[in-house]
Ligand binder design. Sequence first.
Ligand code: HEC
Length: 148
Amino acid sequence: MRLKAIAATVLVAGLGVGIAIAAEDGTHDARAALMKKIGGATGAMAAMAKGEKPFDAEVVKASLTTISETAKVFPDQFKPGTEKGDKAASPKIWEDPADFKARAMKLSEDAGKILATPPTDVATLGAAMKTLGANCGGCHEKFRIKTD
Ligand code: HEC
C-alpha cells in the first residue's frame, strides 16, 4: 500500500511538471515548438542527403514519423480566436483555415507515403526531401510571416 501511494505521488508530481513546462495550446510558443520538431527532423535528413552525415535508415524512418505525426496535429493550434499575439502566424490562417489544414495534412500524408517505402540511400532520400520540401515552402509562403 505504502509503495503504491508513493508511486502515485511521484506520478502526479511528474504530470504536474509536464503540464508546467508544456506551452499553452494556441500560442506562438506551442506552434513554434511543433514546427521546431518538424524542422529538426527535416534537418537530420537534409544532413544525410547532403552527405554531411552517413545515411542511417533508422533516423530517416524516425524523422518521417515525427513529421507525419506532428504535421497532423499542427492545425489544432490555430483555433478561432487564437490569432492575437503571434507575429509569425499570418492572419490568412484564420481567413482560409481549410487551405491551411489541407496543406498540413498533405505534408503528413506525403511523409506517411514515403515512410511506406522508405528511402534506401542518399539518392532516394534526396528525392523524398524534394517532395517534403515543396510542402514547407508552399505553406510558409502563404501562411507564415518571416520574423527574422
Ligand atoms: C500547414 C502549413 C505549414 C507547413 C506544411 C510547414 N510549415 Fe513550418 N511554419 C508554419 C507556420 C504558420 C509557422 C509559424 C508558426 C508560429 O510561430 O506561430 C511555421 C514555422 C516554422 C519554423 C520556425 C519555428 C520557430 O522556431 O519559430 C520552422 C523551422 C519550420 N516552420 C519548418 C518547417 C519545415 C521544415 C516544413 C516542411 C517539412 C514546414 N515547416 C512545413 C506553417 C507550415
